[in-house]
Ligand binder design. Structure first.
Ligand SMILES: *Cc1c(COP(=O)(O)O)cnc(C)c1O
Length: 541
């Protein structure tokens, strides 16, 4: 067992298994890998989350090419144990029961899930849909996660040294810790200082609008104030109350999820006084979940061929695409994968922006593109982006594919079976990007903007390619024009010729990609850094 303080890890979502629909995207994937890595290392860590009855919406594509969200109730009985324990939280003045489930079914550290879906329970729908509903619903969900989560730990008799909030969603756990201490007789000041010593916080999105905030009245209306006054709440999170700011003020240490993101986050929150330091701990991935063992073994043996195991992965992807979409791609032709949340700054459509240069390659089939990605159910712009890509797939039916309903299964297939993994967000908006790590360790060459984790790994032309030169502009049109040129330069000038004309060099790059990332971006490395930099108190280390 790795020597570490006892940790309770709080997150809204967990991506542990494709059949377990408790995640929306990267945040949940990271949390799932965190729990699996903690299990493998024997860390004393438990997860706290929510049992989402309908998960996140399933994405369907209507005949007219428009995406739609589908919802159904999931049955997780096979993975869950009933702890027989319930806790109660107060939402809008009513007592709401939260049943506690437990799972270790995915070789993960124990995960406890709160569930309000009980007969006769007020606000039973609170744990209905992940990120569903209004701002009020969100605060109700955060009461369940944060307040319910701390009460669950008490009811289960689990002792905790460190509360780790993965994102600001869990902040109300700190309010509950403060309330407990005041109830035990401490002053507010002592209670807040004591709580701060127990809490660590991981911040994610470097996009300001992505950081949730609420009018302070909403906290009183829902009962999320936990006995704090308006002035006290304002002092913690400002007004409107920003969950990230609150978490930075109620934690002893915080981190961003890549080295560049750590810098961006420090700049972004420079104006917030009396807050935790933000360090950088680059994400990592759980290799057994995401990486093909045959590729890892082949890369470790200098004599071994990488091409055969890669082509086997590529065929699995091509078969899956044929089954899902009816389009059979050519395994002898270059295949580029792109899967991201459908949001404007990730620019899924950048590659199409000069049809004269890209069109001929798509028409001849020398270049094949596979896309996947969902928007937020309430984001119409994200839906337009998806419809645009579906339109491109119809325009180039033999070489462009859109796979609906991006999920862990599709993520694993794409990051094993593509030849190239493309990432071209507007810099510096990508926090980390773990899909690129999955690709790199599978010998799928990254072509990426120097954003997120990639500046730490990229040796241009050796283990993948950098896209552009870290150019950044506040003028969106200028940035896009610059990055479009850079994308075509690297794609047409380097990637396509290397693939078709220098297969030995391509294979050497695949090997370099795997060797240079397999340890450095593993979840074990990440967890050691969490233990050393976040979980251990400064005096203890
Ligand atoms: C790996 C993965 C992610 C995270 O990918 P990013 O690189 O952060 O975009 C999101 N969703 C799924 C289904 C994944 O498998």
């Amino acid at each position: 067992m790795m020597d570490s303080p006892r940790v309770a890890y709080f997150c809204m979502e967990y991506g542990l298994d494709p059949r377990f629909h408790l995640y929306a995207g990267g945040l949940g994937i990271l949390a799932g890998d965190h729990l699996k890595g903690a299990h493998d290392l024997g860390l004393p860590l438990v997860g706290i989350g929510i049992k989402w009855k309908q998960g996140y919406g399933r994405q369907l594509i209507a005949p007219d090419g428009q995406p739609m969200d589908g919802f159904r109730n999931y049955d997780y009985d096979a993975f869950l144990d009933d702890t027989g324990v319930e806790v109660t939280v107060q939402i809008k003045g009513a007592d709401v029961r939260c049943k506690l489930w437990k799972t270790e079914a995915f070789r993960n550290a124990p995960l406890y899930l709160l569930d309000t879906d009980l007969p006769g329970n007020p606000e039973a729908w609170t744990t209905g849909r992940l990120y569903g509903g209004t701002g009020e619903d969100r605060v109700a969900q955060e009461i369940v996660l944060g307040v319910g989560g701390v009460r669950a730990l008490r009811a289960l008799g689990i002792e905790v040294d460190v509360y780790h909030f993965n994102e600001g969603h869990a902040l109300l756990a700190a309010f509950e810790l403060i309330r407990e201490k005041r109830e035990a007789g401490m002053s507010l000041y002592e209670a807040a200082q004591g709580t701060r010593q127990e809490v660590v916080f991981t911040t994610h999105t470097p996009v300001p609008q992505g950081n949730e905030s609420h009018p302070i009245d909403r906290f009183f209306y829902l009962g999320a104030d936990m006995g704090l006054t308006r002035e006290q709440l304002e002092g913690i999170g400002g007004s409107p109350f920003n969950m990230t700011v609150g978490a930075l003020r109620l934690s002893r240490m915080a981190n961003g999820v890549a080295q560049l993101h750590g810098e961006t986050a420090n700049r972004m929150w420079a104006e917030v006084d009396d807050r935790a330091d933000i360090r950088a701990i680059t994400n990592g991935i759980h290799r057994p979940t995401w990486v093909d063992k045959a590729m890892l073994d082949a890369a470790a043996d200098e004599e071994a061929e990488l091409w055969a195991p890669h082509q086997a992965n590529k065929r699995r992807l091509i078969d899956f695409i044929a089954e899902r979409t009816g389009t059979r791609l050519d395994e002898g032709k270059l295949l580029i994968g792109f899967a991201r949340r459908a949001v404007a700054y990730k620019r899924a459509n950048l590659i199409f922006s000069d049809p004269e240069r890209i069109g001929p390659l798509l028409e001849s089939g020398r270049l094949q593109l596979v896309f996947s990605g969902k928007g937020h159910p309430l984001d119409d712009h994200g839906k337009e982006l998806v419809a645009e890509i579906v339109g491109k797939a119809r325009q180039y039916p033999n070489s462009v594919v859109f796979l609906p309903d991006y999920n862990m299964t599709i993520g694993a297939l794409l990051t094993r079976g593509s030849d190239v993994w493309l990432n071209n967000p507007r810099r510096p908006k990508e926090a980390s990007g773990t899909s690129g790590m999955k690709a790199a360790m599978n010998g799928v060459l990254n072509v990426s903007i120097l954003d997120g984790w990639w500046p730490e790994a990229c040796e241009d032309g050796v283990n993948g390619w950098q896209l552009g030169d870290a150019f950044t502009s506040d003028d969106v049109a200028e940035q896009d024009a610059h990055d479009r040129e850079a994308l075509y330069d690297v794609l047409l000038g380097k990637v396509v010729p290397t693939y078709y004309d220098a297969p030995e060099q391509w294979q050497a790059m695949m090997r370099a990609s795997i060797q240079s990332t397999r340890e450095a971006f593993s979840v074990e490395r990440m967890l050691r850094e969490y233990v050393e930099q976040l979980y251990r108190t400064p005096s203890a280390s």
